[in-house]
Design a protein around this ligand. Structure first.
Ligand code: 13P
Ligand code: SF4
Length: 297
């Protein structure tokens, strides 16, 4: 199956991108794995005709926003993100107005329609830079309240929160972290900024998914507790073969990130099924917010 997919990708001039949470067999056949920011930048730069996005809907949609002349495929269109569904354009526009039209910073984990009514996007890797690049003293951040609270600790700006969250990161408890630390007393604890403030307060470092991989590579430590979705254990172990990684909680498993199988990729490449299209008026407005973020990188 891997050979068939690689041959199909070559013949059709397709690039396969996979998020760091994807299952091992998907990451192994991908041209590039990464965090949300890296994958967006790669999508923007590729010369391929087809982008097969192995991740969730908003990621493929971001690629479609950046690459209107390319075919963007999400091999299982049911792969969504519960956090992205926690904000809608009408609600966001009303809140922005109520706050006096302050700039809206929208996490990429959001729909194209929400990005289209936002001033700039951010990811977990660049959120602090994006917030501090704003000239306004007050901003509204959506949809992740935890990411916003993390950013609030690294800026003088007033940040208004939206009440969204990732169900898997938000459910990690201090008791989970304490239990993991008791089992692995030598390990450093890395947390993703989608975790709640009481978890981030316990972290030795706060990183995006690819940030965690690089941090482990550059650290003299040999053991790490990973406070993010358990899929990261595969690429982080692969990149650090002589180090050990333990999940902060086995409960941090995002079902949407596991919906794509090798068969789906093959079918999608063969029939171009699962194409993600964004209406042009929405795409143009969303591109403004995504491009501003990429230009800061
Ligand atoms: P990053 O890989 O950008 O850190 O994002 C994590 C995430 O939850 C994506 O859905
Ligand atoms: Fe969305 Fe959380 Fe799954 Fe990431 S891990 S795709 S934020 S639900």
């Amino acid at each position: 199956m891997k050979q068939i997919i690689r041959d199909l990708a070559r013949r059709k001039n397709a690039i396969i991108l996979a998020h760091n949470y994807q299952p091992p067999q998907i990451q192994d056949i991908a041209d590039l794995c990464g965090d949300s920011l890296e994958l967006s930048i790669k999508a923007a730069k590729t010369s391929a005709d087809i982008i097969v996005f192995c991740g969730v809907h908003f990621m493929a949609e971001t690629a479609a926003i950046l690459c209107p002349d390319k075919t963007v495929l999400l091999p299982n269109p049911d792969s969504g993100c519960p956090m992205a569904d926690m904000v809608d354009p009408a609600g966001l526009t009303a809140r922005k107005k109520a706050l006096g039209n302050i700039p809206v910073i929208t996490y990429v984990n959001s729909s194209a329609a929400v990005k289209a009514v936002s001033d700039i996007c951010c990811t977990s890797a660049n959120v602090i830079d994006v917030v501090n690049a704003q000239s306004a003293d007050e901003v509204l951040m959506t949809p992740d309240k935890n990411l916003a609270q993390y950013a609030a600790g690294h800026t003088d700006k007033k940040i208004h929160l939206w009440d969204g969250f990732c169900p898997f990161h938000n459910n990690l408890t201090p008791e989970d972290v304490t239990a993991a630390r008791q089992q692995h007393p030598e390990a450093l604890f890395m947390a993703h900024p989608e975790c709640p403030p009481e978890i981030l307060a316990l972290a030795d470092t706060i990183q995006s998914t690819s940030g965690m991989i690089r941090y482990a590579q550059n650290s003299a430590h040999r053991q790490f507790i990973i406070g993010t979705e358990v899929g990261l254990l595969y690429p982080i172990s692969k990149a650090n073969p002589y180090k050990q990684f333990f999940p902060a909680s086995e409960k941090m498993l995002c079902k949407d990130m596991k919906k794509i199988g090798l068969k789906d990729i093959k079918n999608s490449l063969e029939t171009l099924s699962g194409e993600i299209r964004v209406p042009e008026d929405i795409r143009k407005n969303a591109l403004g917010a995504v491009q501003k973020m990429i230009d800061l990188a």
